[in-house]
Design a protein around this ligand. Structure first.
Ligand SMILES: *Cc1c(COP(=O)(O)O)cnc(C)c1O
Length: 352
């Protein structure tokens, strides 16, 4: 008897998320997962590791609330932003009946989490101007529990238009939750929608320490929403989701000096990004540089496959999006350190 046949049909049929780590590759310059180029230094106190940790470590919650400008009751901490996405689906969507709505091309985990939980997916693709098709989404609201928007959008970099978002929030009242994924918001903090949380109980934000805070390795993310939503998520989350060392490191990252370190890193990345974008635009192999709002640039090359292969041969691992609808010849480049950006440009400028 095959063990595989014992698994749920849904799981047997599943294609796992093609994470940068799973795709892998040979290389010494990793610019494929939107990780930071450095991490930072942290102290660990191991005196209490014999005890189970707090479900929602108060210092982490309080510091994140202070940082985000919301109350502690509006914050949930989870094992990465990805667990926040999964918890929303498990909390609000009835398997086999309910659906989520996504706007492709976008972050892959919304669809993966829905599939693994037996929840349907409605795709209302981005418009040609790469904004969500708000009219199209509003028409589908009776059929969905959660609408996932991503701002800045991974991989295109665009910010969700606020007027459209407000229209969607009004239409979604008492029908669906609107989730705005702000995993990259530190790179354009003035564009956060956190100011709308107080007025719109149907709004949810996803945040993470994996990108601007340089802590992808500790798996720590946040969900911001009104206290009623947070209370429901806490019913579903595991009893001890945040390991004690993770809570200690997260609290340090969210201290005043931790926030200053993060903001210095963001300033450096944004400067390197502006330089790289300018140099790319002058290169004959570059057709288009997409919106520069995250710690990455999506670039359309002529042709992309050739550039991707040349980079790979030189040990530079990028993320290829060429197979995604509307993104032919597109490659996403994470902004690393300045030596890494020089290496990218050098390969691009080599004689072919
Ligand atoms: C990286 C990312 C996340 C969450 O990442 P975690 O490492 O699980 O916190 C969420 N959304 C988007 C769009 C991302 O790129």
């Amino acid at each position: 008897m095959s063990i595989t046949k014992m698994a749920r049909a849904q799981v047997q049929a599943l294609t796992p998320y093609q994470s940068a780590r799973r795709i892998g590759g040979q290389g010494h310059i990793w610019l494929n997962a939107n990780e930071a180029a450095d991490s930072g230094e942290y102290q660990l106190d191991c005196a209490r590791l014999n005890r189970y940790p707090e479900c929602q470590p108060p210092q982490v919650i309080n510091r994140y609330a202070g940082y985000a400008g919301v109350t502690a009751e509006q914050v949930l901490v989870s094992r990465g932003g990805d667990e926040g996405i999964e918890l929303l689906i498990r909390t609000f969507c009835e398997p086999g009946r309910d659906q989520i709505l996504i706007c492709t091309p976008t972050y892959g985990m919304y669809a993966i989490s829905a599939e693994t939980n037996g929840v349907g997916i409605i795709d209302v693709p981005l418009r040609d101007d790469r904004q969500p098709d708000f009219d199209g989404i509003i028409k589908q609201l009776d059929n969905v529990k959660l609408v996932f928007l991503c701002s800045p959008n991974n991989p295109t970099g665009d910010l969700v238009d606020k007027t459209g978002l407000l229209r969607l929030l009004e239409a979604a009242k008492e029908r669906a939750l609107v989730v705005v994924d702000e995993a990259y918001i530190e790179f354009c903090p003035e564009s956060t929608q956190a100011g709308l949380l107080a007025d719109y109980p149907q709004l949810v934000l996803i945040r993470t320490l994996s990108k601007a805070f340089g802590l992808a390795g500790i798996r720590c993310g946040f969900t911001l929403a009104n206290p009623e939503v947070i209370g429901l998520l806490i019913k579903v989350i595991a009893p001890y989701p945040i390991p004690e060392p993770v809570a200690q490191i997260a609290a340090q990252a969210l201290s005043d000096s931790g926030l200053a370190t993060m903001r210095a890193r963001v300033a450096e990345i944004n400067a390197l990004k502006a330089t790289l974008a300018g140099q790319l635009r002058q290169n004959a192999q570059v057709k288009e540089v997409f919106a520069p709002n995250g710690n990455y640039l999506l670039v359309r090359f002529t042709p992309g496959s050739d550039v991707f292969a040349r980079m790979g041969k030189a040990g530079i691992i990028l993320r290829d999006f060429a197979s995604k609808p509307g993104l032919s010849d597109c490659i996403r480049i994470t902004i690393g350190n300045s030596a890494e950006m020089d290496a990218v440009l050098q390969i691009l400028q080599q004689e072919q």
